[in-house]
Design a protein around this ligand. Structure first.
Ligand code: NAD
Length: 355
């Protein structure tokens, strides 16, 4: 009962899929294949409707193209989203059916864990297809849960911009929005470095669990962006930096893990006009995909550690260019990523021409 339809819009390939026998419904978007197979996580979320699902997948897939290009990975960008069914459902059967979708598509898209999915889900997918990564790690091999690597990359990015602005982490106040896999890990690293933390999550169990571990001030989710801190770290879902929230932000620095933090491109300019230094999300949060890619590329842990520690160098390059041109780092990073992809696409077209 598996159905897959294919479509194309504005250069993106769109695969809609459904298997009513196990409540599976979702979309895969292949944004770019210029640098390699389109790679990006699989999001499992209670979307309101098909339009919301498609919109999210398309934006996230574009973000993955930029992230992978800027991380220097030989990967294109793609994303899959699956509607989380209401009520009870057979999780293993649903992800197995998703695995069969990936197999049908045949390797242009490689999946991994994302918001709402776990390494165990990816194992259910792997039983059906080789086109999935982010599986539980095996000894010295790289791979497994991407979240700690994402948290490390964000932590190093925060260290970099604080140093740039003459703020010592041990003397800083930092607000973290969202205490999931990445946010909670980031909080522990920041606490160890001496930062004082203000945090928020929609779920009390997330704040309670962290509070049992380290000292944090908890504020309401709707107030966290306006906390009186040096740095704001969005680690929940996207779109948190927008026309409504930006005028209320007191932090002078923003760096977090969430994908698509800016509501629209214009919000980058708003932050810049307010003198707030914004670290482009896809530059800071590449640690997870670097770890996932290592599994695909056969790299070891050593390579992953090195590559994640190079994130601040790339960030420094983006920030130097943004300062020189007096524009938002978001615009600089977008342009750099687009340039890398266009060059790879140009080289690909050149090679085709020679055949
Ligand atoms: P997660 O689902 O484990 O955690 C998200 C947390 O945010 C949850 O605890 C949720 O309750 C909370 N939350 C949601 N909306 C909120 C709000 N409005 N205010 C406060 N809290 C809110 O997800 P994660 O894996 O930690 O990822 C967090 C973000 O980082 C996502 O945007 C994800 O796309 C991005 N990201 C994650 C990785 C990774 O390796 N996991 C890699 C790159 C980017």
């Amino acid at each position: 009962t598996l159905r897959i339809s294919r479509d194309e819009d504005d250069g993106q390939r769109i695969f809609r899929f459904a298997d009513p026998s196990c409540d599976l419904a979702g979309v895969i978007v292949v944004d770019s294949l210029a640098l390699g197979p389109a790679t990006g996580g699989c999001r499992f979320w209670p979307y309101d409707d098909a339009a919301a699902m498609l919109c999210d997948a398309r934006r996230l897939a574009r973000g993955m193209s930029y992230k992978n290009a800027m991380a220097g990975l030989p990967l294109g960008g793609g994303k899959s989203v699956i509607r989380r069914p209401e009520g009870s459902f057979d999780r293993a059967a649903l992800f197995a059916a998703f695995g069969r979708v990936l197999d049908e598509i045949g390797g242009d898209y490689l999946a991994a864990e994302d918001v709402g999915t776990t390494p165990a889900d990816m194992e259910a997918v792997r039983a059906q297809t080789p086109f999935v990564f982010g599986l539980p790690a095996d000894g010295a091999l790289a791979g497994g849960d991407p979240s700690p690597w994402t948290a490390l990359g964000v932590f190093l990015s925060i260290g970099h911009i604080c140093a740039r602005r003459g703020i010592s982490l041990s003397d800083s106040r930092i607000a973290v929005q969202g205490l999931g896999n990445v946010g909670a890990d980031l909080c522990r690293r920041l606490h160890e470095a001496g930062a004082r933390l203000v945090v928020a999550d929609l779920h009390a169990h997330a704040t309670d669990r962290l509070r049992a571990d380290i000292p944090v001030d908890v504020v309401a989710p709707e107030a966290i962006h306006a906390a009186d801190v040096d740095l704001f770290a969005p680690c929940a879902l996207g779109g948190g930096l927008n026309r409504t929230t930006i005028p209320e932000i007191k932090a002078r620095l923003i760096a977090g893990a969430a994908n698509n933090q800016l509501g629209t491109g214009a919000d980058a300019a708003l932050l810049h006009a307010r003198g707030i230094l914004y670290v482009p999300d896809f530059v800071a949060n590449a640690g997870g995909i670097i770890n996932v890619a290592a599994e695909y590329l056969g790299h070891d842990r050593h390579h992953v550690v090195d590559a994640v520690h190079r994130i601040p160098d790339r960030l420094a390059d983006v920030l130097d260019r943004a300062e020189a041109a007096d524009i938002s780092p978001a615009h600089v990073a977008d342009a750099m990523a687009r340039d890398l992809i266009a060059r790879a696409a140009g080289a690909m077209a050149g090679n085709e021409g020679k055949r």
